[in-house]
Design a protein around this ligand. Structure first.
Ligand SMILES: [Zn+2]
Length: 115
């Protein structure tokens, strides 16, 4: 369960940003999560509801956007989006020399606030 420290990190970023901009309340938080992370949306929202109590972000709704990973075949340069479990062969040439990039990001993309 690594969602707890991750959620604490999100809340810190959001509250710092809100304070710096003299925001009264944060209503929505938009997050980007890579497809290859094992982060569970519901767990993040669960921890967030507990941690954000009595803060500027109390009651804020979390929105999740999944960012796919990209696989590139080193043999034929074919590229495609992958989701776990990753099939380790190129769908175009069946080559197994495949490189996967992206899909591991996790960050706060934007927040909506009440001024
Ligand atoms: Zn290929």
């Amino acid at each position: 369960m690594h969602e707890l420290p991750i959620t604490q990190g999100i809340l810190e970023v959001v509250i710092q940003t809100a304070r710096a901009n003299r925001v009264r309340r944060v209503t929505d938080i938009y997050l980007v999560i890579g497809e290859l992370t094992s982060i569970v949306d519901d767990s993040v929202q669960f921890y967030f509801d507990i941690l954000s109590k009595d803060t500027l972000a109390d009651g804020a709704k979390l929105h999740f956007r999944r960012e796919p990973a990209t696989a590139t075949c080193q043999d034929c340069a074919h590229q495609w989006a992958v989701k776990p479990p990753i099939w380790p062969a190129c769908p175009a040439c069946k080559g197994e020399n495949v490189r996967v990039s992206g899909g591991r990001e996790f960050y706060v993309e934007s927040i909506e606030v009440e001024e």
